[in-house]
Design a binder for this molecule. Structure first.
Ligand code: ADP
Length: 244
């Protein structure tokens, strides 16, 4: 899926959360949104997801493969999510958590129980948690839980994967392992992915391109090398200060 954000401005009341954002996201790439807390990263992600809409006072468009979806419902967008605080269902097993999105599909698209089972088993292999089907979330480590959350997002075969600080709550070693693993998986599936992070190292390691956002505006877009070695302005230099 190709995604284009065109001249997007978003208000919350009087507050301008995004200002004239222009962004082309290439099919199959992993794009990282980097910026300080409160800079608008999550808002941009939520708008691409359709969790926030382009209202009358706002401006701009969001195109999915050339079609404007900014007024459409989230259901029409074919998206998988993993949010830091988007916890697994506690009363459901790993199997049921992953199968959830498949069970709520419209009748025409619904799979048989056998097909669902096969699919969940394949996904468990992919996230290297074979044999964990009947565990409950509290029986998993934090890293395992995030992998299950990712499998749940991937189960419906979305065209776009949106990740909001997916490894935020985990310790450094687990984060490093998970991001390497995520990168491999994302490349293998070729799924267009947007990752919100405040972790520069994470962006540097996994992203094809990085977007630096500040106060709702894009300061710089480029490959990690371009952004980290040729920061465009004072803000980017200061923000990335400790990396070079
Ligand atoms: P980030 O993800 O970069 O930390 P956010 O996109 O969450 O930043 O927030 C950007 C700004 O928009 C913040 O100042 C935040 O308080 C404000 N904001 C976000 N969502 C809302 C909302 N629903 N209502 C009012 N203000 C909001």
């Amino acid at each position: 899926m190709k995604i284009e954000v065109k001249e997007l401005t978003k208000y919350f009341g009087e507050f301008k959360a995004l200002e004239n954002v222009n962004l082309d996201i290439v099919e199959g790439e992993l794009l990282a949104l980097l910026g300080p807390s409160g800079s608008g990263k999550t808002t941009l992600l939520r708008m691409i997801a359709g969790l926030e809409t382009v209202d009358n006072i706002d401006k701009g468009e969001i195109l999915f493969n050339n079609i404007d979806v900014s007024k459409k419902d989230i259901k029409d967008r074919d998206i998988g999510f993993v949010f830091q605080h988007y916890a697994l269902f506690r009363h459901m097993t790993v199997f049921e958590n992953i199968a959830f999105g498949l069970r709520i599909k419209p009748k025409k698209e619904r799979l048989s129980n056998r097909e669902i089972e096969q699919k969940v088993i394949n996904l468990l292999k992919l996230i290297q948690l074979d044999g964990f089907t009947s565990r409950f979330p509290w029986q998993l480590s934090g890293g395992q839980r995030q992998r299950v959350a990712l499998a749940r997002a991937l189960a419906v075969e979305p065209k776009v994967l949106l990740l909001d600080e997916p490894f935020g709550a985990l310790d450094a070693k687990v984060r490093a392992d998970l991001r390497r693993w995520l990168k491999e998986l994302q490349e293998e599936l070729g799924i267009t992915t947007i990752l919100v992070t405040h972790d520069q190292e994470e962006a540097l390691e996994v992203a094809n391109r990085v977007v630096v956002i500040n106060r709702g505006k894009i300061e710089q877009i480029g490959t990690p090398e371009e952004v980290f070695h040729n920061p465009k302005n004072e803000f980017v230099i200061n923000f990335l200060g400790n990396v070079n």
